[in-house]
Design a protein around this ligand. Structure first.
Ligand code: HEC
Length: 249
């Protein structure tokens, strides 16, 4: 009987992997598949939404995990030494949807029963991110709160990419604050690079490392560190701003 069990398993596994891959390919943002995860957390939510090429315009009242929540977690929580897969402090890993749901003590619908939200306002040892890091901004805490209130789902959407009138304040600064500033501000700024203000960003725009790092060019460290590459529209936006001389407009 062990023989038949061994004979069946690849037959079951191969179609399963194929189904998983097909489901993933519909997504705008790639999902990190953790070995041993079983895919259970991701499979269910999106399988009903169906075929490729269907547009899901972004609803301003909906919180999207990959676009809105994950960048906050990557740049404030999932750094090396904290809640990355390798470091997993206290068993908490906040570098993907599956890991966040599995280890972040998220109770869908109930932010005040969800540790990932409660710790943002805690003091002493429970406080996250711990001192000397600044607390998340009101906007960032609200995004996490609303994501949990809306069911802590893994929703995604596609906006048309409009790069006709790129500005620093309207386009570039929000992107950098979302994806970079958590790791690039204060006393522990990554590589000593400060990106919370214009001057710091202008410096890396001028020396080429801003574009090189987000475009994952050879010779540069890939940014955001430990996160997915920025979407094509965000990279195009930053490229256009740099080409215009990185103005503070
Ligand atoms: C999770 C933390 C983290 C995030 C998020 C992050 N960085 Fe970094 N970054 C680092 C660290 C740490 C270093 C220093 C790496 C080293 O020296 O090995 C670094 C280095 C860099 C460098 C120097 C790269 C080089 O090759 O010289 C640039 C430029 C940079 N980051 C830009 C960005 C930008 C732009 C973003 C947002 C799109 C970003 N980073 C997001 C942690 C982060």
């Amino acid at each position: 009987m062990p023989k038949s069990a061994i004979a069946i398993s690849p037959k079951v596994l191969v179609p399963l992997i194929l189904i998983l891959l097909t489901t993933m390919s519909c997504r705008h943002h790639p999902v990190v598949i953790i070995p041993g995860d079983g895919g259970g957390n991701n499979g269910g939510g999106s399988s009903g939404s169906g075929g490729g090429g269907v547009e899901h315009p972004c609803d301003p009242d909906t919180v999207y995990f990959a676009k809105d929540v994950l960048p906050i977690l990557i740049s404030n929580c999932a750094m090396t030494g904290c809640h990355s897969t390798a470091s997993h402090r206290e068993g908490v890993i906040l570098d993907s949807y599956a890991n966040t749901i599995r280890t972040g003590d998220v109770e869908p619908g109930k932010p005040n029963n969800s540790e990932i939200y409660e710790v943002l306002f805690a003091s002493g040892e429970k406080r996250m991110p711990p001192l000397p890091a600044a607390r998340l901004s009101q906007d960032q805490s609200d995004i996490i709160k609303r994501w949990i209130e809306q069911g802590a789902q893994d929703l995604s959407c596609d906006d048309a990419c409009d790069t006709s009138a790129v500005t620093y304040s309207g386009d570039v600064r929000p992107l950098v604050d979302n994806y970079c500033t958590g790791c690039h501000s204060g006393s522990s700024a990554g590589g000593g690079i400060q990106l919370a203000d214009y001057a710091g960003l202008k410096a890396i725009a001028d020396n080429g490392s801003l574009f090189g790092s987000i475009n994952h060019d050879a010779g540069y460290k890939a940014m955001p560190q430990g996160g997915d590459k920025l979407d094509a529209c965000s990279i195009a936006t930053i490229k256009i701003w740099i080409a215009a001389g990185s103005p503070q407009n």
